[in-house]
Design a protein around this ligand. Structure first.
Ligand code: UD1
Ligand code: CA
Length: 457
């Protein structure tokens, strides 16, 4: 049977005290709502509909690529948020999972389990529940004498007796889509908050004689909803532990896993070693036997085998095998370090290829440059790629030796095997195998110290 999902992401999130909508806040480099959408996808769900509302101009760009976007014009409650999807799901007859866009720890396994339980029992609804020592704030699960779920009562509508119940609604459900949309027509806002509660659908389905059941989670932390920055930090810690334990189990060494932050989409090889204060975000891939850190942040960067990446920031960079970076290297988008090359201390590289075995060891900026193999760039050398209006390309062919403190004013080409004397400002192309020098003659005034001494008397 086909299954689809609705992700609720229209809420205000006032307790975040933020200019940003709650679901756009990031956990390990990924917005909360995208964690939920990706979990649904990994669970094998085909179409995902996201419901946006509050500050939707900030939410839509995050979700429009992977989901069908539906706007809830007014926040009238969770039942209303689902009801606005009626058209988007017209004709759909299968399992419809409803997920909260602010609950990033939900796993694909749990989503799959909800679907399986519903389909096996032909239930109208299966709700994911959790036993909590402190159920404050959550809807309580009221079970009938047969043990089935009778209804869910919100905190604000609870009697004292109901408030003492400890089985809580996680806010995750799998519905029979047809039964859901038909029950939604009967939901009213006759309750303490004057809202349309999605939870009322359970009681309606049960009185229609349909099966309504609960799946109790083994790990309540999966259901943690983020309402505040404190909960965001807490969820980050839990996810960090989950991800790091996975990678360690697969053969990655971490000196201190508390001090390594890896996003969900990173891929790591065997015998990768991650030193403290390392962040691997986005689609970062690291091949076997590479050491990263300390103090390194890689985003959407691919690193080959056997590299040493020390105190480096890399964004959308490509680093081939056996490359050395840092300490304190900055690789910006489009930086490509070919095999065995080096970007050393205080070196910035942008949109440039550093050829095989080429070295940029100290204090350099290389931008918009095509560098061949076996090049050595002396300390303090810079490609002047920008005239204030336009960017220009520098070409440095194989085996060039650039002396220290050279300015290569682009557009300029340095031919293979050429040597540039230290301190030169190179504004014209250099022929292969030539020596280029741009430097005024050194002047010497003999006995300067004595003359100055005599003059001051
Ligand atoms: C809801 C459940 C409660 C459950 C809890 C779990 C209802 C009535 N109650 O309560 O039983 O224990 O989740 O966390 O459903 N949203 C919209 N549009 C709206 C209202 C809400 O998109 O008009 C979204 C919110 O952004 C959020 C989700 O729906 O992602 C849940 O809404 P929220 O107001 O947080 O419900 P709770 O009071 O937490
Ligand atoms: Ca909530």
């Amino acid at each position: 049977m086909e299954s689809r999902a609705i992700v609720l992401a229209a809420g205000a999130g006032t307790r975040m005290k933020s200019e940003k909508p709650k679901v756009a806040h990031e956990l390990l480099g990924k917005p909360l709502v995208n964690w939920v959408i990706d979990a649904a996808r990994q669970a094998g769900i085909g179409e995902v509909v996201s419901v946006v509302g509050h500050l939707r101009e900030q939410v839509i760009p995050l979700v429009e690529e992977d989901t069908r976007v539906v706007v809830q014009p007014e926040r009238r409650g969770t039942a209303d948020a689902v009801a606005v999807c009626r058209e988007a799901l017209a004709g759909f007859d299968g399992s419809l999972v409803v997920l909260s866009g602010d609950s990033p720890l939900i796993t694909p396994d749990t989503i799959r389990a909800l679907i399986e339980v519903r389909e096996r029992s032909c239930a109208a609804v299966v709700v994911l529940t959790m036993e909590l020592d402190d159920p404050t704030g959550y809807g309580r699960i009221v079970r009938g004498e047969d043990g089935g779920v009778e209804r869910i009562v919100e905190q604000k509508d609870c009697s004292t007796e109901q408030a003492a119940l400890t089985e809580c609604n996680s806010g995750f459900y799998c519905f029979d889509a047809k039964a859901l949309f038909s029950a939604l027509e009967q939901v009213t806002s006759d309750n303490a908050q004057n809202e349309f509660y999605l939870t009322d659908v359970l009681e309606i389905c049960r009185s229609d004689g349909r099966v309504v059941s609960a799946l109790i989670t083994e790990d309540p932390s999966e259901c943690l909803g983020i309402n505040s920055r404190i909960q965001l930090a807490d969820a980050t810690k839990q996810m960090q532990r989950r991800i790091n334990e996975h990678h360690m189990a697969e053969g990655v060494t971490m000196t201190d896993p508390e001090l390594v932050w890896i996003g969900p989409d990173a891929v790591l090889g065997r015998d990768v070693e991650l030193l403290p204060m390392t962040f691997l975000y986005g689609r970062t891939i690291v091949a076997n036997n590479t050491v990263i850190g300390p103090n390194s942040r890689l985003t959407d960067t691919v690193v080959g085998e056997g590299c040493s990446i020390d105190e480096t920031v890399a964004i959308e960079a490509r680093i081939d095998a056996n490359v050395t970076c840092g300490p304190r290297a900055y690789l910006r988008p489009g930086a490509h370090m070919c095999e065995g090359s080096k970007a050393g201390t205080h070196v910035e590289i942008k949109k440039s290829t550093i050829g095989k075995g080429s070295k940029v060891p100290h204090l350099s900026y290389i931008g918009d440059t095509e560098m061949g193999e076996g090049v050595n760039i002396g300390a303090g050398s810079i490609t002047c790629n920008y005239d204030g209006t336009n960017k220009f390309t520098t070409i440095i062919e194989d085996d060039v030796f650039v002396g220290s403190d050279t300015m290569l004013v682009a557009p300029v080409t340095v031919g293979a095997g050429a040597v540039i004397g230290a301190g030169s400002v190179i504004t014209h192309d250099v022929s292969p195998d030539a020596l280029a020098l741009e430097r005024s003659k050194q002047v010497e005034i003999a006995d300067w110290k004595q003359r100055r001494h005599n003059a001051s008397k």
